[in-house]
Design a protein around this ligand. Structure first.
Ligand code: 164
Ligand code: MG
Length: 397
């Protein structure tokens, strides 16, 4: 029986401002959410990011107040069923994700299962997840950074493009991959994320040049400002690498609404890959369902974080373990944060290792002696000793 459910605000500074064609941020603000039942506590993270397809901070806060107030007195299964039946959460995916994480963390702890095993009991979840490194905007990255990331074990390196013009991006990519430092010998693929920066003609011309130059492009996320399925399919027919949908997915396919998700055919999207952010899609289980439908249709999936706290990164990584996509996932974001709410999953040799213990893996730092009403955040050092984006301009923050 649930005795208590609550949420406390947090603010986590970044080491460097995050920048993209959709704007950026220098800190992540959200709430640690928890639910207590029978001596155990489950945790979730609500960190809205409207540019990635979530609700606003205000809407998320109001939804958390309503949802947590309704839980005490219910058992965990009933709380999850009530969340599923709650149509009002369709406009507040980050709040819904947070509550679902807390309830499923609790349910899996009660059953002594890791969250990935609880989510996917009939399949074969994986505990080692290959991840991409996230280097930041192309203009801030140097050839040495690619070499360093390669030496750390990453084989897919993600760069933000579309912050500058397509012509400058192309020049910067050519300069970045110039021998002898990088050259053809470095075994890495570049995952470019345009965050909707380009017109169809800009994207087509750029893709044609990338092909001519034989640059090692692994994929491009959200190339188009107006990503209609027809335009995307035309571009995808041209590109030898996958194009991916990301932030345009929640709104376009109304995946906040489970009933509409069930009627969605991923083959109609026009692209070879979907980037799935469970906090923008409204939860772990519906993202798992969408991933399965996509994989059955031959579409690749990549689970990524919202650059949120360890309380959100752990369940998102567990979801990736349940989905078991064979390509690198977008979960190496913990080192972007200068402080966190608990120990975060961090890659070693380009992989995250998920623990076998029950639940999501998140454990908050023990409370400090003073009660400020704000969740305690502690400064953290990057585990590898490497800054995620040493070339980034700190003045952006
Ligand atoms: O995919 C990754 O490696 C990390 C996550 C990531 O890139 C993003 C998270 C949140 C906001 C976005 O700017 C960005 C994305 O668009 O994919
Ligand atoms: Mg993206």
């Amino acid at each position: 029986m649930i005795e208590h459910a609550g949420f406390r605000p947090y603010e986590l500074p970044l080491r460097h401002a995050w920048n993209s064609a959709r704007g950026g941020f220098a800190q992540r603000c959200g709430w640690l959410v928890w639910v207590e039942a029978d001596g155990l506590t489950g945790y979730g993270d609500c960190a809205p990011l409207p540019a990635a397809g979530t609700e606003t901070h205000e809407a998320a806060g109001a939804a958390l107040a309503r949802l947590t107030a309704s839980l005490p007195g219910q058992d965990v299964a009933t709380g999850l069923a009530a969340l599923d039946a709650d149509g009002d959460t369709s406009e507040t995916p980050a709040a819904r994700f947070a509550l679902e994480c807390a309830l499923t963390d609790l349910a899996s702890r009660h059953q002594g299962l890791s969250l990935r095993d609880w989510l996917a009991p009939d399949s074969a979840p994986i505990a080692r997840i290959s991840v991409n490194a996230m280097l930041g905007p192309l203009g801030t990255v140097r050839g040495e950074d690619l070499v360093t990331r390669h030496a750390q074990g990453f084989r897919v390196l993600k760069l933000k493009v579309g912050v500058e013009t397509p012509a400058s991006d192309l020049d910067a990519l050519i300069a970045l991959m110039r021998p002898p430092l990088v050259g053809a010998g470095l075994d890495v693929g570049l995952r470019l994320d345009a965050n909707g920066a380009w017109s169809f003609d800009q994207a087509r011309r750029l893709i044609e040049r990338l092909i001519q130059l034989r640059l090692p492009i692994e994929s491009i996320e959200e190339p188009l400002t107006e990503p209609t399925p027809e335009r995307l399919a035309a571009l995808q027919a041209l590109a030898p690498f996958p194009l991916a949908l990301d932030e345009s997915l929640p709104a376009r396919f109304a995946t906040h609404d489970t009933s509409r998700l069930a009627g969605t055919d991923p083959a109609q999207f026009g692209v070879r890959r979907l980037v799935l952010k469970p906090a923008a899609l409204g939860g772990l289980r519906r993202t798992l369902e969408l991933a399965r439908r996509a994989q059955a249709a031959g579409i690749e999936v990549v689970v990524t974080s919202l650059v949120e706290s360890a309380a959100g990164l752990w369940p998102t990584a567990q979801l990736a373990g349940a989905i078991a996509s064979p390509i690198p996932q977008g979960l190496a974001t913990a080192d972007w944060l200068a402080a966190d709410l608990g120990r975060a999953p961090r890659p070693c040799a380009g992989r995250l290792e998920l623990p076998d213990r029950s639940g999501s893996g998140f454990v908050p730092w023990p409370p400090a002696s003073t009660d400020s009403g704000t969740q305690e955040a502690r400064a953290v050092e990057p585990v590898s000793g490497d800054d995620p984006n040493p070339g980034a301009n700190p003045s952006l923050g």
